[in-house]
Design a protein around this ligand. Structure first.
Ligand code: ADP
Ligand code: RBF
Ligand code: MG
Length: 220
């Protein structure tokens, strides 16, 4: 299948209002439909009317931006760890302070993301969900970790599909759109080393920090 939609969205200079939009919360369990098996695991966030009043009125569809994953928040890290989900490396590590730091920061960082907000017509959900696919191949789950999002732009409305393959293909193209759109300096956080640098299909050099985008609340 060929795609007629553009592979880069949003103005060259950077995000425009109402973006950036903030969303954050602990990574919770989703419907467990096997997104992971499809190669597109999605970290689900609580849709909370108080924390994100805008979400009830926003257009359902696909958005993109940056995600800060913090596996090291007191409490959350401990809870996630108790469930054995962070890193999966606990058995290899001792309990001294350095080792525990390594363990809880194993997945922390700034990552490009693409997300879906809506009812997923393909599955006919009755409640609205927010699910984030981080564009980085993690080796392990991070349920319970704190995820903070800077949503920077909108890609497309949500759709129904004739087949699961068609849905997956469209999502894969969303990932290309997000990566290419975020690779522009006006869309890349200033002074940061991001997982996007050196990503396949992206021209930024490894470790490049040529971004000019400033979002004060993104990093903490
Ligand atoms: P669920 O239905 O519980 O959301 P998924 O199959 O969507 O299950 O998998 C989501 C989980 O996979 C996330 O909560 C996270 O712990 C893990 N995960 C691993 N890699 C990624 C990734 N690149 N993006 C998002 N989640 C990921
Ligand atoms: N579900 C839909 O029913 N229609 C969509 O258009 C749709 N777009 C999505 C785009 C992205 C980037 C992501 C991460 C998910 C999307 N979903 C959509 C949700 C999808 O059905 C869900 O993640 C399933 O669990 C995948 O098997
Ligand atoms: Mg999910």
């Amino acid at each position: 299948m060929t795609f007629s939609r553009p592979s880069i969205v949003g103005p060259e200079a950077g995000p425009e209002l109402p973006f950036p939009v903030k969303m954050e919360g602990p990574v919770i369990s989703g419907f467990g439909r096997g997104s992971k098996e499809l190669g597109i695991p999605t970290a689900n966030l609580p849709v909370d009317a108080e924390a994100t009043p805008w979400i009830a009125d926003c257009v359902s569809g696909v958005y993109f931006g940056w995600a800060v994953l913090e596996a090291a928040r007191p409490g959350e890290a401990a809870a996630a760890e108790a469930k054995g989900v962070i890193g999966g490396v606990t058995s290899k590590l001792g309990d001294d302070e350095d080792e525990s730091k390594k363990r809880t920061t194993a997945v922390s960082g700034l990552y490009p993301m693409v997300m879906s907000i809506g009812y997923n017509p393909f599955y006919q959900n009755t409640t609205r969900t927010a699910e984030v696919h981080i564009l980085y191949p993690f080796a392990h789950d991070f349920y319970g970790a704190h995820l903070r999002l800077a949503i920077l732009g909108y890609i497309r409305p949500e759709k129904n599909y004739d087949s699961l393959e068609a849905l997956v293909e469209d999502i894969q193209f969303d990932c290309v759109v997000a990566k290419q759109s975020l690779a522009r300096p006006g869309w890349t956080p200033a002074g940061q080393s991001t997982a996007l640098a050196g990503a396949e299909g992206v021209t930024a050099d490894k470790g490049a920090t040529n971004g000019t985008l400033v979002i004060p609340w993104l990093l903490g």
